[in-house]
Design a protein around this ligand. Structure first.
Ligand code: SAM
Length: 282
């Protein structure tokens, strides 16, 4: 099996586990690749293309990536290590974490935000309505450990040529996409919940109208001769996304098995099926 790089963001909803199932359906030769809902970049950093554009509405997240790009790796590691020392960060020191969180919300240094994510509960990137970072401490679980450090070093070199943008997908400029180009869309899923799609995290939530706008945009991209792939969930805990089901009918639908390694999970959760899919126009 191919070895993929895991993002050092450990992003909620990150696609790392599913890469072997998803990337096998991606086109071979890509001129411009757009990761429209890039999140932790698990997809963007594992793609081969002449040009890679990664977009996400969360500007704080995109600022972290841009700051990584503009900082030499040694300087970056020294900065992270100095913050860990300064605030005495560890898996058990909640006070140190809360002090850094308070200071970050005043100074807004993207590298401090990265350090916070490393020590936060489930590595979540959550903000309140005033755009203050408010994820609780990841007690006994989260830290800037050896594995994350190794992944960060590789990640830093992988992202050097990526173009980062932070726009709502509704206003992103698709007009130049044409044959040879490929857009991957991994939006929030209407019928599952992620902390980035409930509308309570300082960024717009995700609703039926967003799904419909995205389907229209993908139809337009198809008519321009470019390729697309959309990740989504058709069925979750008895709920069905019927708009998605109807729209996807005109394209090719591949089933993605989220728990394909976990037979125990499958046995226990037969009634609560989650059906994940990849819709492609080629
Ligand atoms: C399912 S996650 C993507 C995960 C990503 N594929 C990965 O591997 O880490 C969805 C992302 O969409 C972003 N998002 C939500 N609404 C958006 C919008 N209107 N425009 C652009 N990005 C949006 C969220 O910030 C979140 O990072």
């Amino acid at each position: 099996m191919c070895e993929y790089l895991k993002s050092p963001m450990n992003y909620i909803g990150g696609k790392y586990k599913l890469l072997p199932q998803i990337l096998k359906y991606f086109p071979d030769d890509i001129n411009v690749f757009v990761d429209l809902f890039a999140g932790g970049l698990d997809v963007g950093i594992n793609i081969c293309a002449n040009n890679i554009i990664c977009n996400d509405i969360n500007s704080y997240l995109i600022d972290i990536y841009k700051t990584f790009q503009n900082t030499e790796i040694d300087t970056l590691l020294k900065y992270i290590e100095s913050k860990i020392l300064q605030y005495d960060l560890s898996k058990t020191n909640a006070e140190g974490y809360l002090n850094l969180r308070k200071d970050y919300n005043l100074t807004r240094n993207p590298l401090d935000l990265y350090v916070l994510i490393c020590f936060s509960f489930n590595h979540q990137l959550r903000f309140n309505s005033k755009h203050e970072f408010n994820t609780p401490f990841g007690k006994n679980r989260s830290s800037f450990n050896k594995k994350i450090r190794e992944n960060l070093i590789k990640f830093h070199s992988k992202i050097q040529n990526i173009i980062f943008t932070s726009q709502n997908f509704k206003i992103f400029d698709y007009s130049k996409l044409k044959e040879g180009d490929f857009i991957y869309a991994d939006p929030p899923y209407l019928i599952t919940c992620g902390s980035y799609n409930d509308g309570k995290r300082g960024f717009e939530g995700w609703g039926v109208n967003d799904d419909i706008s995205l389907f229209e945009i993908l139809d337009k991209i198809d008519s321009q001769g470019a390729k697309f792939a959309l990740s989504n969930v058709i069925e979750h805990k008895g709920k069905i996304n019927s708009n998605l089901l109807m729209w996807a009918n005109k394209y090719k639908v591949h089933k993605i098995d989220y728990n394909y390694n976990n037979s125990n999970y499958q046995a226990k959760n037969k009634i609560y099926q989650t059906e994940e899919i990849l819709v492609v126009n080629y």
